[in-house]
Design a protein around this ligand. Structure first.
Ligand SMILES: Nc1ncnc2c1ncn2[C@@H]1O[C@H](COP(=O)(O)OP(=O)(O)OP(=O)(O)O)[C@@H](O)[C@H]1O
Length: 269
């Protein structure tokens, strides 16, 4: 089984946080995200069971798997919202269960399971999150996002009253408000029509290229994954069952495309 680790050169420590005993150690060539033997147990059920993978800086990696495979739980632990039972998830060298405050300003996320405050208007939400992330020139940044995501029509409406697709667009705009180095996206186009989904993908691609950002995204849309992702990690029942570049995986499992790989692994893994 190939691993993303094979694409990563040796680590060279170059920068640390300012204290004498730094909490986070970020290295030049270290991955943006490192998931190490990550486990999450809910009662007697292992939602995530010894998952390990890395996401190199500047890569877009897809986290795939059937319903209940453990993708959202994994992303939630990488965000520092869920505490692992064992193992750890590191972002830019910081253990997210213990040191997430060190790195939160450099990352952001979009998840359908974390709703924006529904009573606030779209503009108010962008202002609140922009301030939370300490964004400089916030008004100008919000204007850029309004233009990029065509939010002018919904700007002064309560976020909770928007359609699912409109909420998704606002959530993706919010996820970019602080120009994050690391972006976590949980099914970012799930509620969008095909035209809007393609449109959001083009914006994510443009953002990734402009910032050389690192993106980890979960999706059930294999065409989307093939278009956006350099590499994919496939989970089943909490475990990582395959990793590779989309084309390599198709060849390895003698499938025509990632859709077929997904279906094959869902049945045998
Ligand atoms: N808070 C929780 N309490 C108990 N069980 C949970 C909790 N969150 C998730 N689970 C269970 O953990 C497993 C993994 O769930 P998770 O949401 O991570 O899967 P997923 O891959 O994101 O699925 P989907 O594609 O359907 O969104 C599932 O069996 C789910 O029922």
């Amino acid at each position: 089984m190939s691993s993303i680790a094979q694409f990563i050169p040796g680590k060279r420590p170059t920068a640390t946080s300012s204290s004498a005993a730094p909490a986070c150690i970020e290295t030049d060539d270290a991955p943006a995200i490192a998931v190490e033997n990550l486990c999450k147990k809910y009662r007697s059920h292992w939602a995530v069971d010894d998952a390990s993978f890395v996401v190199p800086k500047g890569w877009t990696v897809g986290l795939l798997g059937g319903n209940g495979a453990g993708k959202t739980t994994t992303i939630s632990m990488i965000m520092g919202l869920v505490v692992p039972s064992f193992g750890c998830a590191k972002v830019l060298g910081c253990d997210m269960a213990k040191e997430r405050h060190e790195v939160l300003s450099r990352m952001n996320f979009e998840s359908p399971y974390v709703a924006l405050p529904g009573r606030l208007t779209v503009r108010q939400n962008l202002m609140v999150f922009g301030r939370l992330y300490g964004v400089q020139n916030l008004r100008a940044r919000i204007e850029e996002l309004i233009e990029d995501f065509e939010l002018g029509d919904v700007l002064d409406r309560a976020t909770g009253r928007l359609s699912a697709g409109q909420k998704t667009r606002v959530a993706v705009a919010k996820a970019l408000i602080n120009d994050p180095d690391v972006l976590l996206l949980d099914e970012p186009t799930a509620s969008l029509d095909p035209d809007r989904a393609e449109w959001v993908r083009s914006r994510l691609r443009a953002y990734q290229q402009r910032r050389d950002a690192t993106i980890l995204l979960s999706s059930h849309n294999m065409t989307e994954v093939e278009q956006l992702c350099d590499f994919v990690v496939i989970m089943s029942r909490g475990r990582v069952v395959a990793m590779g570049r989309p084309r390599e995986l198709a060849e390895r499992f003698k499938c025509r495309d990632l859709d077929e790989v997904f279906i094959y692994l869902a049945r045998v893994a």
